[in-house]
Structure formats: structure tokens, C-alpha cells
Unconditional design. Structure first.
Length: 402
């Protein structure tokens, strides 16, 4: 049975700090706003879907306690609809979509809302004390290093320079600014309002359209100190990659993903679900894949995940019209382009997380919606969405326009 996407929405991304526009909004409330928007936009009754599957990475405090179910109760969705929170780190939002699609394909449900949320200004990344980093019995055995060190390790291993990384970041900022100027996100971005209905934020606020090579060149590498201090994480990484003489630190705040707040929701269902509710499908999920990778270099997952998804679909990358690779760090995208000899014009045509930010639990669902909008704008047929994942994983989904 086919799984179709009928709608995909997101909030604007707010700066992930105390002066960010969304800082006063809780993860539960922002999630409920997205759920209500899906109902309203599609004229759905409160009990239309079988489940809400919601990605969220830092599941602690106000983002804990099965946030998905709490968001259902805070929304206009009926309390007969359950909710489940999932965590595949940065791919959580995409994995929520994939899990929903798999249930539709397997006949375990007809309609789902999937997506995710992360309020990084309110619940700090890493505050859950993950064992992969904090438990020496796990961290030492797997040569654990922070993601920034892993990103620099990718650059060193595959020959990417600071200029390569900065140039990709400048282009991401340019494309994101152009996309907003041309209204490319207008269909999908749902403005966030306060309890009185007054606007709080209606566009991504982390974009820096004036970014150039000179301004980025003035920034110091963000991960050099933690890598080179004695004993440092560089030494740990080099134990795993002893053929390298040293790690070249090229990443900084300007060529890495921004810390932001945000949420996204995707309406997924069978053909019968669409007919029952008068909905027209926008895309079909053709293939899905997830992989594990070396936990030290950690962020190379988009390459094998894409290969696995393409094999499942019986396709090659030449069959894909549009590609969204999450811009966790510049080297992640550079490695994808290098591995597939991909055309940079087809990858992230509207910019990415370097410009607009990466709300961990939501990003996968966000860029999937961006891909659908862009397929329709370009009148193209296929798209690939892929993300690297902390601790060494990757996820990918292939979409076919309907």
C-alpha cells in the first residue's frame, strides 16, 4: 500500500537563545500550534488520524514525558488520538515521517501526523546527559568526540579547506535570503502567535544575508581548543584515524548549523484516507533508509543512507531532481557532493540549516516539506531528503511527486 503526503508545514525558526522571538513559547505549545494548523488547513475532524509521531531530541524537563501525547492534549486533536515521541537525534523529524509511512504501507493505520519540535533556547542541547558522551565505558570504547570535532575530521579525511566550507556557507545564506524574498516558503510556514492571536514570528530570524567570505574569515575555529587541549579530542579521533597527521579545524559558527527553536508537521496517509477527507496527495514516499556508521567520524551517514534508499527504489542519483542534505556542518554537504559527484545546483536550492538553523527534532520534517514545495515550484518529479545523525547514523527518504 502506498503512503502519501497530503500536507507539510513548519514554524519559522527563532534564534535559539533568550532574546530569540520564540523563547517564551514552550515545545508543547508550538507543537500544538502545528497540530491545530494541520487540522484547520485540511478540514480534518479531531479524530481523523490514528496517531501523532513526534521527533524530539532533548527529552528532558518540559520536553520530556512523551511530549507528543502532551501536545495532542494541548491541541484540538481529540483525546482518543495517542502520541509517541521518538529520538533519532538530528533525523528525528524525518524518522517520524518514515515510521508513519511504514505503518500506512503495512496496513497498521490510515492517517498520521508526524513531525517534531526542538526549543533549543529553553532546553539546552546535551542537557539530558547522554551516555554515549558521558559514560566512559561507552565513550572510550567507541572513541567518542563531539560533533564539531567529527565535522573537522571529515574535512581533514576528505580534503576540504576552510575556504570550501566558508563558500558553501555564503551560498546557503544567499539562497535562503532569495527564497524568502521570492516567497518560496509562503505555502508552508505557519506564523507563530501568542495566546491572544497576536503575531510573534512569521519568518526565519537567524538568516544573515550580508554574509561574505571576508566576514566568515574573521571567525576563529570553534572546535580547535577542545580538540587540541591536553588531553584533547583530536588525540582520541586520531587513535581511530591514525593515518592522519593532525586534524585541521575549519568549522565555526558561520559554517555550522545555527541553534534555533522550531517545529514542523506532516500529514501522511493512505489513498483511502485522502479520499475519505477530500484531500489531494502532493507526494508519495517511494523509499526510506537508515544506517549506522562509524561513531567517531559520526556525520558521514547521508552517503550510505542515500545509497541504501536508492537501491531500495531501484534508482540512481541521476534519477533524483532535487536533493536536501541537512547542513549540520559544511563538511557534511561537501562530503555528499564529493561522494556522488552531485550537481551543487540541485542540492539545497533554498539554503539550509547553516543559514536558517537546525531545530534538532524538527529539521528532518522541515526539509522534507521544503523539498515538496520546491518540487512543485520547479515542476520536477523526484526528491531525496537526507540527514547525518549524532553517534554515527544516517537517514534518507525518496519522494515522488503525485
Amino acid at each position: 500500500m502506498d503512503a502519501f503526503i497530503f500536507d507539510a508545514i513548519r514554524s519559522p525558526r527563532g534564534k535559539g537563545r533568550a532574546d530569540g522571538s520564540l523563547h517564551e513559547v514552550t515545545a508543547v505549545r508550538l507543537s500544538a500550534l502545528m497540530l491545530d494548523a494541520i487540522l484547520d488547513r485540511n478540514g480534518l475532524p479531531a479524530d481523523a488520524v490514528d496517531d501523532v509521531i513526534w521527533g524530539n531530541v532533548t527529552q528532558i524537563g518540559e520536553q520530556g514525558g512523551c511530549l507528543a501525547r502532551t501536545a495532542v492534549l494541548a491541541s484540538r486533536i481529540g483525546d482518543g488520538v495517542p502520541g509517541v515521541s521518538i529520538n533519532r537525534f538530528c533525523a528525528s523529524g524525518l524518522e517520524a515521517v518514515n515510521l508513519a509511512a511504514a505503518q500506512v504501507q503495512g496496513g497498521a493505520g490510515d492517517g498520521f501526523i508526524a513531525g517534531g519540535v526542538e526549543m533549543m533556547s529553553r532546553v539546552a542541547m546535551g542537557s539530558d546527559g547522554a551516555a554515549v558522551a558521558a559514560d566512559p565505558s561507552v565513550a572510550m570504547a567507541n572513541y567518542f568526540v563531539p560533533q564539531g570535532i567529527a565535522a573537522d575530521l571529515i574535512a581533514t579525511e576528505h580534503g576540504f579547506s576552510r575556504d570550501d566550507a566558508d563558500a558553501l556557507a555564503v551560498e546557503s545564506q544567499r539562497r535562503a535570503a532569495r527564497a524568502w524574498e521570492e516567497g518560496r516558503f509562503a505555502r508552508s510556514v505557519v506564523p507563530v502567535t501568542d495566546i491572544n492571536g497576536l503575531p510573534i514570528l512569521d519568518r526565519d530570524e537567524a538568516i544573515r544575508p550580508g554574509t561574505d567570505m571576508q566576514s566568515l574569515g574573521a571567525l576563529k575555529p570553534a572546535f580547535r581548543e577542545m580538540g587540541e587541549m591536553m588531553p584533547g579530542f583530536d588525540a582520541v579521533a586520531l587513535m581511530r584515524y591514525p593515518h592522519l597527521e593532525r586534524i585541521r579545524h575549519i568549522h565555526h559558527a558561520g559554517n555550522s548549523s545555527g541553534i534555533v527553536d522550531g517545529a514542523a508537521a506532516v500529514l501522511i496517509g493512505s489513498r483511502a484516507f485522502g479520499k475519505a477527507h477530500g484531500l489531494t496527495p502532493r507526494a508519495r514516499i517511494r523509499a526510506m533508509a537508515r544506517v549506522g556508521t562509524d561513531p567517531t567520524i559520526m556525520l558521514t551517514g547521508p552517503v550510505p543512507a542515500t545509497q541504501k534508499a536508492l537501491a531500495a527504489a531501484g534508482m540512481s542519483l541521476d534519477d533524483i531532481d532535487l536533493i536536501e542534505v541537512n547542513e549540520a556542518f559544511s563538511s557534511v554537504v561537501l562530503r555528499f557532493l564529493q561522494a556522488f559527484e552531485a550537481d551543487p545546483e540541485t542540492v539545497n536550492p533554498n539554503g539550509g540549516a547553516i543559514a536558517m538553523g537546525h531545530p534538532l527534532g524538527a529539521t528532518g520534517a522541515m526539509i522534507l516539506g521544503t523539498a515538496i514545495d520546491e518540487m512543485e515550484r520547479q515542476d520536477s518529479s523526484t526528491a531525496l531528503v537526507t540527514l547525518c545523525v549524532a553517534s554515527g547514523m544516517g537517514a534518507a527518504t525518496i519522494l515522488e511527486r503525485v
